[in-house]
Design a protein around this ligand. Structure first.
Ligand SMILES: Cc1cc2nc3c(=O)[nH]c(=O)nc-3n(C[C@H](O)[C@H](O)[C@H](O)COP(=O)(O)OP(=O)(O)OC[C@H]3O[C@@H](n4cnc5c(N)ncnc54)[C@H](O)[C@@H]3O)c2cc1C
Length: 389
């Protein structure tokens, strides 16, 4: 064996997992098709990641948090869900927790850069950047990974962290529920006239969903979800016209908006792998569960998945055991399934309830919001879920 572990994919989940194996004594290879300069200073992709307290603690433990510029970290104090023209808002706050925040918003490209800095000189880690994995073969005796340039790697364990359309997953013969929703998200960083007070809003208006995520100063990340063809039309607008359009769509709640960066567009697709493990292999991050971004849990869940797997592997390595045993892999799968299923199901329920324009669904939305505003228990349960995951 050339390595103990081969990780396919140097996105945030793959990088975090590589770092979590630091000091385990294992020889690790990480293969990423993007070239190293792109890993070290990734392009701004417009995504603002809402990190929960647990994720922040994990990033601190991995040594990545210290590489973030405090100017890039924006506190998220409250989240509100609005429905159409209704005055009712379902509000989630930190319920008097120590620092009075639900979490922090950090740009995705800064998280990736910080994680890369954390692993850059890690002993025992070989980073093969700028080369894609062509094929993987996982057998009882070991795994074989062939790169597009013809190099062949062998290891005891394969970890797929290669996105929601994971080719590792496909080659391992693991099926997945893939739902392409026919909608896209447009992301634009905007400046606006009014204060947001650290409050994120998710507004399910008729025919459109628009979220505003509060950044430092009078700036927000505007996230607009529409049918894919409508987003394609909007992308053609220049920044001034897009700012005017977003201001109108948001009913001037934050005053006039000016586009500072973007737009970036993401076609929406949600994925759920039927298994998270196979012979000598495991899936983490979006390769295991590709969440709808509406509840902002995809990376939070991905970070949890890698931490869970790393913990089991480190324990096995420390006692000289088998880091790819079927029992270990099954324990990872069971634990991650238990963690992921409730939040995946709740997110999909929210999406279908709020994007259905038929009258019964609109009534149900109103009822849910009214119930939520009048049932403190519902609110506090959701807030706890938000803060924990
Ligand atoms: C608009 C939007 C907003 C979001 N907001 C939030 C949020 O607020 N909170 C949150 O928790 N999550 C959020 N998410 C989700 C989050 O961005 C993802 O969960 C996270 O990026 C997944 O990381 P990953 O490492 O699993 O996969 P990816 O980031 O997809 O990385 C996969 C990596 O694998 C590499 N790769 C793929 N195939 C190969 C191959 N064959 N060989 C070599 N390398 C390969 C790719 O180049 C890539 O670098 C959001 C997502 C979107 C789209």
């Amino acid at each position: 064996m050339h390595h103990d572990v081969i990780i396919v994919g140097g996105g945030p989940a793959g990088l975090a997992f590589a770092r979590a194996l630091h000091g385990s004594g294992l020889q690790v290879a990480l293969v990423e098709r993007q070239p190293e300069p792109e890993l070290a200073t990734p392009r701004d992709d417009g995504r603002e990641i809402a990190l929960t307290h647990r994720s922040i603690a994990t990033l601190k433990a991995l040594g990545a948090w210290a590489h973030l510029d405090p100017a890039d970290i924006a506190p998220l104090r409250e989240a509100r869900v609005l429905n159409g023209g209704s005055p009712f808002a379902l509000s989630f706050d930190a319920q008097g927790s120590e620092d009075d925040r639900l979490g922090d918003l950090v740009p995705n490209h800064r998280i990736r850069a910080a994680l890369f800095q954390a692993v850059a000189d890690q002993p025992g880690l070989e980073i093969l950047a700028g080369v894609a994995v062509a094929t993987v073969l996982a057998e009882r005796t070991g795994v074989t990974v062939t790169l597009v340039d013809g190099r062949v790697l062998r290891a005891r364990l394969l970890v797929g962290a290669d996105s929601r359309f994971s080719s590792v997953r496909q080659q391992l013969g693991i099926g997945a529920h893939i739902n392409r929703l026919g909608r896209s998200m447009l992301l634009a960083r905007v400046a606006h006239e009014e204060d947001h007070h650290g409050i994120a809003t998710e507004w399910f208006d008729h025919g459109q969903t628009i979220a505003m995520l509060p950044l430092n100063g009078r700036r927000s990340s505007a996230v607009l979800t529409l049918p894919a063809a409508d987003i394609d039309d909007l992308v053609q607008l220049d920044r001034a016209a897009l700012g005017t359009d977003l201001t109108r769509r948001y009913h001037r709640r934050l005053g006039r908006m000016t586009v500072l960066a973007g737009p970036d567009v993401y076609p929406l697709a949600i994925t759920w792998s039927k298994h998270f493990v196979a012979t000598r292999s495991a899936l983490i991050g979006d390769a295991a569960v590709g969440m709808h971004p509406v509840t902002a849990h995809g990376f939070n869940l991905g970070l949890q998945s890698q931490a869970m797997l790393a913990r089991l592997i480190r324990a096995a390595a420390a006692r000289g055991g088998n880091i790819a045993s079927p029992l270990l892999l099954r324990r990872f799968e069971t634990a991650h399934r238990l963690a992921a299923l409730p939040i995946y199901a709740a997110t999909n329920a929210i999406v279908s309830l709020y994007s259905d324009e038929r009258p019964p669904a609109r009534l149900a939305r109103m009822a849910t919001l009214r119930a939520g505003t009048h049932l403190p228990l519902v609110r506090s349960a959701v807030s706890r879920l938000l803060m924990q995951h």
